[in-house]
Write a protein that binds this ligand. Structure first.
Ligand SMILES: Cc1cc2nc3c(=O)[nH]c(=O)nc-3n(C[C@H](O)[C@H](O)[C@H](O)COP(=O)(O)O)c2cc1C
Length: 188
């Protein structure tokens, strides 16, 4: 009889251990979706991603908003042209930066500017602490790919486990975004 009790106790303990391990494998902890978007395209993607993953959303808002003239890439004297020409330029971010403590995964979304990441996003990654965070980037563009934008951000952050970024558009569906997150091993 004692042996039977011992066996049942052992099996119960094993079941508990396995279910805890399975839960841990499936869980990725709290997720933050960070986005910079000058004309709303990347923000739309970020909102869908955050909703699908039940994640928090933080928008990088420039202290000085970008006007249409600022965004004119045909004008070599426009604000964005001048910022792009200066690798050390770090446009100021309005308000407080988010506290990343407690987040395991941070998505960072941005539009491609001149084949690269907007300088204000570089400012963001240099100011927050991404130590031990899983970082996944996503971007929108007219047609350009990721280029060196993610590599630059990774270098500027100096820490974090960076996953390969992906391009989306204003037509990207929630299902596509969730499929991408699943590919990365991140599920709600
Ligand atoms: C200053 C500037 C530079 C851009 N440079 C590129 C580029 O190099 N390649 C590209 O495909 N699209 C480029 N675009 C287009 C944007 O990446 C695209 O419209 C993006 O979806 C805008 O996102 P947003 O609405 O979130 O700001 C540029 C746009 C601006 C304003």
């Amino acid at each position: 009889m004692r042996r039977i009790f011992a066996l049942i106790a052992c099996m119960t303990m094993l079941t508990v251990c396995f279910s805890v391990a399975a839960e841990e494998a499936a869980s990725h902890g709290p997720i933050l979706v960070v986005v910079f978007s000058a004309t709303g395209t990347t923000k739309g993607v970020a909102e869908k991603l955050a909703e699908g993953l039940a994640a928090d959303l933080y928008e990088i808002i420039p202290e000085e908003p970008y006007t249409d003239a600022d965004l004119n890439w045909n004008d070599p004297k426009s604000r964005t042209s001048i910022e792009t020409d200066d690798p050390m330029c770090r446009p100021a971010i309005a308000g407080e930066l988010p506290d990343l403590t407690g987040y395991e995964t941070v998505f960072i979304g941005y539009p491609i500017w001149w084949g690269d990441v907007p300088r204000i996003v570089s400012n963001f990654v240099e100011q927050v602490d991404l130590t031990d965070k899983t970082v996944a980037v996503f971007f929108t563009s007219g047609s350009s790919g990721l280029g060196s934008s993610m590599k630059h951000l990774e270098q500027q952050a100096g820490v974090g486990n960076w996953l390969e970024g992906k391009r989306f558009t204003s037509r990207t569906s929630m299902d596509e975004l969730m499929a991408w997150a699943k590919e990365l091993g991140i599920e709600p």
